[in-house]
Design a protein. Structure first.
Length: 347
């Protein structure tokens, strides 16, 4: 329950809602922008996520007070280009900060904490303005700019070149929230596994066991070798594969992830209430194309003919389950077993 004695400037809740709407509009528009460099795209996703996460935390803090935003506070946000959008977003932030600074809150108050959070969000917007401005397409120059700015998450312990513990920790927290027992940095036959998870209690699904790989890169892209390594470890562990990333995925790697039913998660997916399903279909590029499209299992093909007819030879990450249907469903081969018995038992 939030403290009911919060004393915020008039109209703060409405300004907060409009600011969230504007940033979400920009985020959705830039998600399909093809002119951005790899570093610009990664920077955009990361900074907008961090800004929205902090703003929504403030909104939750106000949810049970007299400042609760109303449904009528939402508005349609329009702009001609990202630079103009960031300019107006920064203006909205500056207005909120100016109203808060006039009040002169005590440093131990919740209102002062909100003010400091908005200051941090302003830093994220300034970084984005630098990243998306003309002449900022050189990766080395952009990375120097990024390191010169203050931020909350970009430079925290565990997030840096060759580290990656921050993203592993975020995925571990999400899995535990989704009903799993999860551990980071486990080892299998000399290979390091970023995250392994075991659902408690079991739901008798292949997703009761998960192997995850995290890629929190700033410039490199995810290639097919990453998908092959993840799937190989998943097969060895008799678990379903999860890829959690903050960077771009090549077209071939994305297609392989679809065919092998890898659950590909980004930072926004970690906010969901349950483990997302794998992406098995793509939108149609045609208008009024009604016949069912081929699914990933059709494209993936089958086992060699020599193996196809033999008992127990079937595509499945977890032995004891057989894929059924056109989507991503599996069913147990042996349904008469104790809940704690591994599906591979007896097969």
């Amino acid at each position: 329950m939030t403290d009911e004695t919060l004393s915020l400037p008039p109209g703060f809740d409405r300004g907060l809602t409009q600011l969230i709407d504007a940033i979400e509009t920009l985020r959705d528009a830039l998600s399909d922008e093809e002119t951005l460099t790899t570093v610009q795209a990664v920077t955009t996703r990361r900074r907008l996520f961090l800004a929205l996460y902090a703003l929504k935390a403030i909104r939750r803090q106000l949810a049970d007070t007299e400042h609760r935003p109303s449904q009528g506070d939402h508005e349609v946000v329009t702009w001609d280009d990202p630079a103009q959008a960031l300019y107006h977003i920064k203006l909205r932030l500056d207005r909120l900060l100016e109203d808060l600074s006039i009040q002169g809150y005590d440093h131990s108050s919740q209102e002062y904490s909100i003010e400091q959070t908005l200051e941090t969000i302003r830093d994220h917007i300034v970084i984005l303005q630098d990243a998306l401005s003309e002449g900022s397409t050189d990766n080395s120059t952009l990375l120097e700019k990024l390191s010169s700015h203050r931020s909350v998450y970009a430079d925290v312990a565990g997030r840096g070149v060759g580290d990656g513990r921050w993203l592993e920790y975020q995925l571990q927290r999400a899995l535990m929230r989704w009903g799993y027992q999860a551990e980071t940095r486990q080892h299998l036959f000399g290979l390091e596994v970023d995250v392994v998870a075991n659902r408690k209690p079991k739901q008798q699904q292949p997703t009761d066991w998960i192997v995850a790989q995290c890629k929190d890169w700033t410039s490199d892209t995810i290639t097919p070798s990453t998908i092959f390594r993840l799937c190989t470890i998943a097969f060895a562990c008799r678990a379903m594969p999860v890829l959690c990333h903050t960077t771009d995925i090549t077209a071939r790697a994305e297609e392989l992830a679809r065919q092998f039913e890898v659950r590909v998660l980004d930072l926004r997916d970690l906010e969901r209430g349950a483990l997302p399903a794998p992406q098995v279909y793509k939108p149609s590029a045609e208008l009024n194309e009604w016949p069912p499209q081929n699914n990933v299992r059709d494209y993936r093909g089958t086992l060699p003919v020599m193996f196809y007819g033999e008992p127990g030879k079937r595509f499945s990450y977890v032995p004891g389950f057989s894929p059924v249907g056109m989507d991503y469903d599996y069913e147990p081969i042996d349904t008469d077993r104790d809940d704690d018995t591994h599906p591979a038992a007896g097969h």
